[in-house]
Design a protein around this ligand. Structure first.
Ligand code: K1U
Ligand code: ZN
Length: 173
């Protein structure tokens, strides 16, 4: 397994639309393993392949709080139902380090997906899991949570991230 570099906004790759996976092969399983390890190391509760520069419709999630890991691998996730009732969570994003915002989304969603073993599955999610799935599916469509904020707040965050990336580059060079 390998830890991958997570792309930070602004990065044009993060704004691309990801393509469906035709078949879950050994290559995809290795990618899912690397994504999970990268997510745990970050640390985070979700990661989309696009965040490590791979434009495939693939996400990993683990919202378990204790030591016992409970990873969820979703290939080609498709949200088939969104509740009218909404909830608000303070969201973070590994591609927007240090920035958090309260985002309103449907409280419950149903998702069709293919699992790690290539089997078709369905999940009915609510609470944090539903929020996390919607956040990750947004990534697959080139959407970040800052897109739901006012232009002023979004521009302020992007400006800070540009500065942050310049500082990082100075350290690396
Ligand atoms: O997609 C990502 O960038 C990961 C993101 C997922 C997410 C968090 C909160 C609401 C919706 C989606 C994160 O994991 S940010 C980090 C984070 O939330 C966290 C980190 C350590 C412990 C607990 C949570
Ligand atoms: Zn994110």
């Amino acid at each position: 397994m390998a830890i991958k570099k997570i792309l930070i906004e602004p990065d044009p790759i993060l704004r691309k639309k990801c393509q469906p996976i035709e078949k879950v092969s050994q290559e995809e399983r290795k990618l899912m393993d690397d994504m999970l390890e990268t997510m745990y190391k970050a640390p985070g509760i979700g990661l989309a392949a696009i965040q490590i520069g791979i434009l495939k419709r693939l996400i990993v999630i683990d919202i378990s709080k204790d030591e016992k890991k409970n990873p969820l691998f979703l290939v080609n996730p498709k949200i088939t139902y969104r509740s009218k009732k909404t909830s608000v969570y303070e969201e973070g994003c590994l591609s927007l380090p240090g920035h958090f915002a309260e985002i309103e989304r449907p409280e419950e969603c149903h998702v069709d997906y293919i699992d790690y073993d290539g089997k078709e599955k369905k999940i009915e999610a609510n609470g944090l899991l539903a929020t996390c799935i919607q956040h990750e599916v947004d990534h697959l469509n080139g959407i970040l949570f800052i897109d739901y904020l006012s232009k002023l707040k979004k521009d302020m965050i992007i400006k800070k991230l540009v500065k942050h990336k310049k500082e990082i580059n100075k350290i690396v060079l």
